[in-house]
Design a protein around this ligand. Structure first.
Ligand code: HMG
Ligand code: MG
Length: 302
């Protein structure tokens, strides 16, 4: 089994964006900045630091400019931001982001709720953004949400995911992150989805972005690793959820992904002890329980 697995995995930490965007209580710029800095110190090389969406839609991300400008950046670390349109890209550029991510979904209803447009319109916004990104040498990642299930439409056909993912590749996204936004996937549905998507997009252009609502995310990541996917999105302490996917819990906890990869002997570059400290810092700041089983276990042992 082991030789089917990748030798190394790139972890994309989405906690400061996906983890915090849904948080109702105010979070200071200082706390957000400290979280990003602690994550970089723990060895995370890709950190989704904020988003430049309409602040009326997601008030918690309104301070992303301040977060980027206050940040002490570590050379070699990618500090990215989510951008839905050209206006978001222009704000991101002003903030000297390392890269941006566009987002759409394999569900019309979710796209409408999340971005107030159809899938095709979201792709044409992405296309316009991409022209500007190319002119400014900014790499663009693409997200497809609802890759196995949608809160409004139920089961999603793998062929639709493959179609949207390959359109994003054609537009110029260097990587497509496949989002199980509401965490309903199992290894069987994840494998079925991936085997269809892999016919259109090669594994080295894919990432998985799995929310853990039903506790299946680690099993689904293991399934994806066996299919050649070597980029995993995760959120420190399992923070988060999507404001337009009611009841969806946070992403799989980064600490739990690191523990899984350690057990499989797969390189990732993250120091688990420092990562646990970063997770505990944000949980204490928010007054929340830690959503990582690994963090809880390690802290109980200490
Ligand atoms: P809209 O209201 O249809 O936009 O929103 P509009 O173009 O009609 O403009 C309305 C107003 O918004 C205008 O201002 C624009 O200037 C302003 P006004 O004239 O009324 O004063 N505006 C902006 N302001 C700041 N930054 C911008 C921006 N764009 C327009 N970028 C829009 C369309 C897409 C902007 C809106 O629907 C939006 O911001 N949606 C984002 C929702 C979001 O952030 N969702 C969570 C992230 S996605 C996610 O979590 C899933 C993911 O994790 C993967 C997974 O788990 O599956 C990625
Ligand atoms: Mg997400």
């Amino acid at each position: 089994m082991k030789n089917l697995l990748p030798q190394s995995v790139r972890i994309v930490e989405v906690g400061p964006r996906d983890g915090l965007q849904n948080e109702a209580q105010p979070i200071s710029v200082e706390v957000k900045v400290k979280l990003v800095e602690l994550l970089a110190e723990a060895g995370l090389g890709c950190i989704e630091t904020g988003s430049f969406v309409n602040p009326k839609w997601v008030p918690q991300m309104a301070g992303s400019e301040e977060v980027f400008s206050s940040l002490r950046r570590v050379a070699g670390v990618t500090y990215s931001a989510l951008t839905p349109n050209l206006k978001g890209f222009e704000r991101a550029l002003e903030s000297a982001v390392s890269e941006v991510a566009v987002f759409t979904a394999a569900s019309e209803s979710f796209t409408r709720k999340n971005t107030n447009c159809s899938i095709d319109e979201s792709l044409s916004r992405a296309s316009e953004l991409m022209t500007a990104a190319r002119a400014n040498n900014v790499p663009v990642r693409g997200y497809v949400s609802c890759v196995v299930g949608c809160p409004y439409e139920g089961v999603i056909a793998p062929a639709k995911v493959a179609e949207v993912a390959s359109k994003l590749v054609d537009l110029g996204c260097y990587e497509i992150s496949l989002g199980d936004t509401i965490g309903v996937g199992t290894p069987a549905s994840t494998e079925a989805m991936l085997s269809t998507v892999l016919q259109a997009v090669p594994a080295d252009k894919l990432a998985v972005h799995l929310h853990d609502t039903y506790g299946q995310a680690l099993a689904n990541i293991y399934a994806a690793l066996q299919m050649g996917v070597a980029v995993v999105d995760s959120s420190v302490a399992g923070l988060g959820g999507c404001p337009y996917a009611k009841g969806a819990s946070g992403n799989v906890a980064t600490e739990d992904v690191v523990y899984l990869l350690n057990g499989l002997g797969i390189a990732h570059g993250v120091e688990l002890g420092k990562l646990v400290q970063a997770g505990q810092f944000i949980c204490d700041s928010l007054g929340r329980e830690n959503g990582s089983k690994v963090a809880i276990a390690l802290q109980n042992k200490a």
